[in-house]
Design a protein around this ligand. Structure first.
Ligand SMILES: Nc1ncnc2c1ncn2[C@@H]1O[C@H](COP(=O)(O)OP(=O)(O)OP(=O)(O)O)[C@@H](O)[C@H]1O
Ligand SMILES: [Mg+2]
Length: 403
């Protein structure tokens, strides 16, 4: 087999990957999940350990298809992943007709990018042209061909901390494959689980990961905000461990098998044997376990609600919330999220043409693959971002135009 592309996500707990052949990118040949090492809160802290874990991962997936991986694309997460909005201006170059050209659009986007106030330690990953202004006309989506003198581009830049990016790049390069693209994990997740309609009406996609909780907000078909919070599933596990005085391993098993994020309907008399989960010979209350779990999840959703309030989106996302990541598999999570976020809520579906899995942690690798393929000539999706001029821009800026 030739030209294998591996889409990777190196998370706090898990490394996940899916493999496709460049000549048939719609067909996933294999997928794999293995324990991640050296990663804390979604960023690489001990590169040697991560490299060893990744080496084993790549060897195993290569052995499964008896071929070597040629290109790697990967997601990047962590709470250094942030976004900022900036505007840039260009004067319409064609002074005879005053018609906005593709080059003017590129200049306006470039000017927004050049003036954005980031430190030297921050690196732009994605540029999203949200809307344009042609003279006094606001909110233009496609300015090419319009008549005017002055073009302004309002762009959202998704950026990260250079050392996080460098560490990841180095770890990936040591596997001796070509590293083609590093995508923000929150954008990749949204790309895989949101529908075009949800993005149009306004929606938030939430990744409930082991070390972080990431989210991205879309409105009018366009990304308007993304952030990664340092509160996560590991806090839920730690709370269970402390409250019931059990080891982290026992707490993790209880969390996955017995916990529930919505404690209302649980009978007070129901108990769980710790012995069944390699713990001591005693029983704990199922309702109490649910209450401890719910309390941390409430914290997570309250923090997200405050973030939505801060960007003026409270009550303004009719598309609701879509949950993914390992934590989205917690029982009662949809009910709790509905109650706390006051929005319609659904679980994401981890699906990519022939490939389906119950593991909602696969969403970022599937979306990252989609993002990469959308930028390539062999992409089959006819989105605005994948066609001619925008595709060229896209390659230069790794840009996602509004769908
Ligand atoms: N069935 C389940 N019920 C409840 N929680 C679950 C279940 N399965 C997995 N989890 C939780 O999902 C988390 C792992 O999720 P995931 O694999 O998405 O994290 P990660 O990608 O490694 O971390 P991050 O994205 O934060 O770097 C763990 O905390 C685990 O407890
Ligand atoms: Mg993750």
């Amino acid at each position: 087999m030739k030209n294998l592309i591996l889409s990777l996500d190196i998370g706090t707990n898990n490394i996940r990957g899916v493999l496709v052949n460049e000549s048939k990118p719609d067909e996933i040949i294999n997928s794999l999940t293995k324990e991640s090492l050296g990663v804390s809160k979604s960023v690489i802290k001990y590169p040697e350990e991560t490299m060893n874990a990744l080496d084993r991962f790549v060897s195993e997936i290569e052995a499964s298809v008896n071929s070597t991986v040629n290109r790697i694309i990967c997601t990047i997460g962590g709470d250094n992943l942030k976004c900022i909005i900036n505007r840039g201006t260009a004067f319409v170059s064609d002074s005879s007709k005053n018609e906005v050209t593709k080059e003017d659009v590129e200049k306006a986007i470039n000017s927004a990018r050049q003036n954005v106030s980031l430190t030297q330690n921050e690196k732009i990953l994605h540029t999203v042209a949200q809307k344009f202004y042609v003279d006094k006309l606001k909110g233009v989506q496609s300015p090419v061909g319009m008549i005017g003198n002055r073009l302004e581009a309002e762009c959202l830049f998704v950026y990260t901390f250079c050392p996080d990016h460098k560490n990841l790049e180095q770890v990936l390069k040591k596997t001796q494959n070509q590293v083609c693209q590093i995508n923000a994990s929150t954008l990749a997740g949204a790309q895989a689980c949101l529908t075009k309609q949800e993005k149009e009406s306004g929606v938030i996609a939430i990744d409930l990961g082991a070390g972080t909780t990431g989210f991205s907000v879309y409105e009018d078909g366009c990304l308007v905000y993304t952030k990664v919070l340092p509160i996560s599933q590991n806090h839920v596990r730690n709370d269970i461990g402390i409250c019931f005085k059990v080891s982290q391993q026992v707490a993790e098993m209880l969390k996955r098998n017995q916990s529930c994020a919505f404690s209302k309907n649980i009978d007070k008399k129901e108990t769980i044997s710790l012995k069944e989960y390699n713990g001591e010979d005693r029983r704990i209350s199922k309702k109490e376990l649910a209450e401890v779990t719910a309390s941390r999840f409430e914290d997570i959703f309250d923090t997200i609600s405050k973030e939505l309030e801060a960007i003026g989106k409270t009550g303004k996302l009719p598309g609701g919330a879509v949950l993914y990541g390992g934590g989205a598999q917690t029982k009662g999570i949809v009910e709790l999220a509905k109650y706390k976020l006051n929005l319609p809520v659904r679980l994401a579906q981890a699906q990519y043409s022939n490939f389906t899995t119950q593991d909602l942690g696969y969403i970022p690798v599937l979306g990252s693959l989609k993002m990469y393929l959308n930028n390539q000539d062999f992409s089959s999706e006819g989105t605005l971002g994948s066609g001619g001029f925008f595709k060229k821009l896209s390659r230069r800026f790794n840009e996602i135009m509004p769908l």
